[in-house]
Design a protein around this ligand. Structure first.
Ligand SMILES: CC[C@@H](C(=O)O)C(=O)SCCNC(=O)CCNC(=O)[C@H](O)C(C)(C)COP(=O)(O)OP(=O)(O)OC[C@H]1O[C@@H](n2cnc3c(N)ncnc32)[C@H](O)[C@@H]1OP(=O)(O)O
Ligand code: CO
Length: 133
């Protein structure tokens, strides 16, 4: 895996969180994007080599809505950049990790993504992401 591509943070109110993170990081989000397949709306902030992805639910059946109900706002996932998502998925599967999607799916910010179940990664949800060409 190349680097931490982004850190996902679940928030209740995206507009309010945008204001807070803009103050904290002293920069504005470079993108806000809705991803209907995940039932989320996201904002991205650049910080050094990585990004902060704020995630709010667009529907009460979204995994973010469920997460907020159970755990409240906070760290939701860590995403690692990979060059070849198919081969990383294969490698992790062979190593015994549970992949939450069998084939790469479309993420935000022009990426192909796959999630690894947090039960095998010390309680932290892991995302793999590959730049789409
Ligand atoms: C914007 C697009 C994209 C991008 O391009 O960056 C994204 O980031 S999308 C982000 C949102 N999408 C996802 O997270 C998809 C993958 N996630 C899932 O499939 C599910 O959330 C899950 C991880 C399988 C959990 O779903 P489910 O089993 O239905 O939830 P439960 O509430 O029953 O939880 C079971 C168990 O897992 C713990 N949990 C849940 N979410 C997380 C989390 N994010 N981090 C750590 N742990 C998590 C939950 O607390 C339960 O634990 P126990 O209570 O101990 O059983
Ligand atoms: Co993400």
């Amino acid at each position: 895996m190349e680097k931490v591509e982004h850190i996902g943070i679940a928030v209740k109110d995206l507009a309010r969180a945008n204001e807070l993170y803009a103050q904290l990081l002293n920069t504005q989000p470079y993108k806000t994007e809705e991803v209907p397949s995940e039932k989320v709306i996201t904002s991205f902030f650049k910080t050094g080599e990585t990004k902060i992805e704020l995630l709010a639910a667009t529907d009460e059946t979204s995994v973010i809505a469920k997460f907020l109900q159970k755990k409240g706002e906070g760290l939701h996932h860590i995403a690692f950049a990979v060059d070849d998502i198919q081969s990383e998925m294969q490698r992790l599967k062979q190593a015994g990790f549970t992949l939450l999607n069998e084939t790469p799916k479309e993420g935000a910010d022009n990426k192909l993504i796959c999630f690894v179940h947090p039960k095998e990664t010390n309680g932290v949800l892991i995302e793999l992401c590959q730049e789409r060409t």
